[in-house]
Design a protein around this ligand. Structure first.
Ligand code: PRP
Ligand code: URA
Length: 208
């Protein structure tokens, strides 16, 4: 299984708070935002740098800056939206595309209902966001869609994953690096992650 599990103590602490059924939507959203910032710090580690001359109050020096790499954030609707603000705080110039998929409760297969991507898909590095990687059907479908539109470099960023979902994405998209805050035990008979945190979209948006 090929997955990066981000085990920083702050991330583990915050994921535990999110799992608690007594955590309400406001705190759930804030914790997701904070974890996105912590994960985003690592996920963006490979962004290329270039030299730039800067005049400090004392002297000239050559510093570093991000080498103008174009980044695209692709939330899988709805729950992936909860990770967008954190990523935009880190990379304010990123463009945001949206892929609308819902999981059919009977078949557990993803159903596409919306797709709007930046026009220069081929030139961007993409980070697909979705808090939950369960069967892996939604993430795989979103990545396939991005590739069909010309995307070449894609990372997947999730909060909680089941081993089944990681294996499915590994199988369908071996080129895609997966980053998660927690790798859980398994799926239940309804395709929910155990122990998980329930329905992420409902918890973010306060729906049921
Ligand atoms: C959830 C979640 C993922 C998907 C994961 O979305 O946010 O997109 O299920 O399941 P999978 O790995 O088995 O495909 P859901 O379909 O509940 O839609 P929502 O985000 O609108 O709540
Ligand atoms: N989608 C969720 O929101 N939670 C799960 O556990 C599985 C799919």
């Amino acid at each position: 299984m090929n997955v990066n599990v981000m085990t920083h103590p702050l991330i583990q602490h915050k994921v535990t708070l999110m799992r608690d059924e007594n955590t309400g939507s406001k705190d759930f959203r804030q914790l997701l935002d904070e974890i996105t910032l912590l994960m985003g710090y690592e996920i963006t580690r490979s962004l290329p740098l270039e030299d730039v001359e800067v005049q400090t109050p004392l002297t000239k020096m050559v510093g570093k800056r991000i080498a103008g790499k174009k980044v695209g954030i692709i939330p899988i609707l709805r729950a992936g939206l909860g990770m967008v603000n954190g990523m935009l705080e880190l990379i304010p110039t990123a463009k945001v595309g949206h892929v609308g998929l819902y999981r059919d409760p009977a078949t557990l297969k993803p159903v596409e209902y919306y797709c709007k991507l930046p026009s220069d898909v081929g030139e961007r590095d993409f980070i697909v966001t979705d808090p939950m990687l369960a069967t892996g059907g939604s993430a795989s479908a979103a990545i396939t869609l991005l590739k069909e539109k010309g995307a070449k470099n894609i990372k997947l960023m999730c909060l909680v994953a089941a081993p089944e979902g990681v294996e499915e994405v590994n199988k369908q998209h071996p080129d895609v690096q997966i980053f998660v805050a927690a790798l859980d035990e398994k799926l239940n008979e309804h395709g929910y992650i155990l122990p998980g945190l329930g329905d992420a979209g409902d918890r973010i948006f306060g729906t049921k």
